[in-house]
Design a protein around this ligand. Structure first.
Ligand code: NAD
Ligand code: WQD
Length: 337
C-alpha cells in the first residue's frame, strides 16, 4: 500500500515515514523545505534501511502539485502534514497561514479527487479546543480560534468534513496535543529555526548552553504549582498513531467518513514538572527563572484519549521522562554537528 506524505521532511512527518516504512508501507513524500532540510530524507533512509520516493513540491502551486500526484501510481491514502505552524507568526502574517494551510489543503483535496484518492489523515491540533476543562474529549466545544493558525486547523477540519459529505473521501483528523522528543537513533528530531517558541526545545537548548536562561512564563496560574499544564506526547507515539489511522481508514466503512481523534497521553504535566523530568534524565541543572505570563497561554489542557484507544487500537508507549531523554539525546547529537 502506497502512502503520500506531505511535509515529509518535517518533524512529525519524518518520524511517521520511519514508522510507515518499518510497517511495510511504500511511501512517496513531498516537501518544499520551508521549515526542514533535505538531509532529513537520508537520515530516514538510514534509520529504516529502506528507500522511498520524494519530490520537492509546494502544495500552494496547484499545477505542480496536480502534475506530481497524477504522475504517481497507486496512492492509496495521503497523510497531510505540510503546513506552517508558528502561532505568533500567524498573528503577524495571517494570509501566509490561510494560503499555506487552507488553500494548500484545498489544492491537495482537488488533486486527490482528480486522481481518485479517497483517504486522508490530517494533522489537526488541540489548539482547536482553546481553553477547555480537561480531560478534553473530541466532543468538547470548538470556540472561536485564538490565532489565525488555530483558525486554519478549524477551517481545514470543516473543509475536510464537507468534502467527505460530498464525495467518497474518508477522513481521519488527528488532534495532537504537545508533541516532543525525537527518534531513539537521534538521527531525526525537531529542528526549530531561530529561537524556539516551544518549551522542550527551549529547555534542551538551554541545557546544552545555546541559550542562557529559560523563562517560565508565569507561576501564578490556578494549578498545583502555579505553572501551565499540557499533555506532552512522544513524537514516535504520534507517528505510530498515523499508521493506526491508515489501518483504520482501510477498514472503515463509508457510513463514518469523517473521524476525529485526540492524540495525547491523557496526562497533564506542568512546566516545572517538565523541567524536573529534564533535570532527572540529563543530570543537568537547568538555568531558569520565573517570568511574567505569556499572552494567550491556555492555563491547562490534557486529552481524554479513550476514543483513539478504542477505535484506533493505539496507546502511547513513552512517558514524560523517556520523551525528555530522547529530546536531550537529540540536542546532544545536534551539538556534535
Ligand atoms: P514542521 O514544520 O516540522 O513540518 C511541516 C513540513 O511541511 C516542513 O517540512 C515544511 O517544510 C513543509 N511545508 C510547509 N509548507 C509547505 C508547502 N506549502 N508545501 C510543501 N511542504 C510544506 O511541523 P511539524 O511539527 O512536523 O507539524 C506537522 C503538522 O502537524 C502541521 O500541520 C502542524 O500544524 C501540525 N501540528 C503540529 C504540532 C506541533 O506542536 N509540532 C501540534 C499540532 C499540530
Ligand atoms: C508549553 C508551556 C508555555 C516556552 C503550542 C501551540 C499549539 C500547538 C502546540 C500546534 C506553556 C511554557 C514555553 C518557554 C515557558 N501546536 N513555556 N517558557 O503553548 O501548549 O502550544 O504548541 O498545533 O498550537 O500554540 O506549547 O511549548 O509553546 O508551551 O514557560 O520558553 O510551556 O507558557 O505553558 P503550547 P509551548
Amino acid at each position: 500500500m502506497k502512502i503520500l506524505v506531505t511535509g515529509g521532511a518535517g518533524y512529525i512527518g519524518s518520524h511517521t515515514i520511519v514508522e510507515l516504512l518499518q510497517e511495510g508501507y511504500d511511501v512517496v513524500a513531498l516537501d518544499n523545505f520551508d521549515n526542514s532540510y533535505p538531509s532529513v530524507l537520508e537520515n530516514i533512509k538510514s534509520i529504516s534501511g529502506k528507500n522511498f520516493d520524494f519530490a520537492e513540491v509546494d502544495i500552494r502551486n496547484k499545477t505542480q502539485l496536480k502534475q506530481f500526484i497524477s504522475e504517481q501510481k497507486d496512492i492509496a491514502a495521503v497523510i497531510h502534514f505540510a503546513a506552517s505552524k508558528a502561532v505568533g507568526e500567524s498573528v503577524a502574517l495571517p494570509l501566509k497561514y490561510y494560503e499555506n494551510n487552507v488553500a494548500g489543503t484545498v489544492n491537495l483535496l482537488e488533486a486527490m479527487q482528480e486522481n481518485g484518492i479517497q483517504q486522508i489523515v490530517f494533522s489537526s491540533s488541540c489548539t482547536v479546543y482553546g481553553e477547555a476543562t480537561p480531560p478534553v474529549d473530541e466532543n468538547a466545544a470548538i470556540p472561536v480560534a485564538q490565532s489565525p493558525y488555530g483558525n486554519t486547523k478549524q477551517i481545514c477540519e470543516e473543509v475536510l468534513r464537507d468534502q467527505s459529505n460530498a464525495t467518497n473521501l474518508k477522513v481521519v483528523a488527528l488532534r495532537y496535543f504537545n508533541p516532543i522528543g525525537a527518534h531513539e537513533s537521534a538521527l531525526i528530531g525537531e529542528l526549530p529555526i531561530g529561537v524556539p517558541n516551544n518549551l522542550v526545545p527551549y529547555i534542551t537548548q538551554t541545557g546544552i548552553g545555546k541559550r542562557a536562561t529559560l523563562t517560565v512564563h508565569g507561576n501564578d496560574y490556578p494549578t498545583p504549582d502555579g505553572t501551565c499544564i499540557r499533555d506532552y506526547i512522544h513524537v514516535v507515539d504520534i507517528a505510530k498513531a498515523h499508521v493506526a489511522a491508515i489501518d483504520f481508514l482501510a477498514k472503515e466503512k463509508y457510513h463514518n467518513p469523517f473521524s476525529v481523534f485526540n492524540l495525547g497521553t491523557g496526562q497533564g504535566n506542568s512546566v516545572l514538572e517538565v523541567i524536573q523530568a529534564f533535570e532527572a534524565v540529563s543530570g543537568v541543572k537547568l538555568n531558569y527563572q520565573i517570568g511574567p505570563r505569556r499572552s494567550g497561554d491556555i492555563i491547562q489542557i490534557y486529552a481524554d484519549c479513550q476514543k483513539a484507544w478504542d477505535e484506533l487500537g493505539w496507546k502511547t508507549l513513552y512517558d514524560l521522562e523517556q520523551s525528555m531523554a530522547s529530546a536531550w539525546k537529540w540536542e546532544q547529537a545536534l551539538a556534535k554537528k
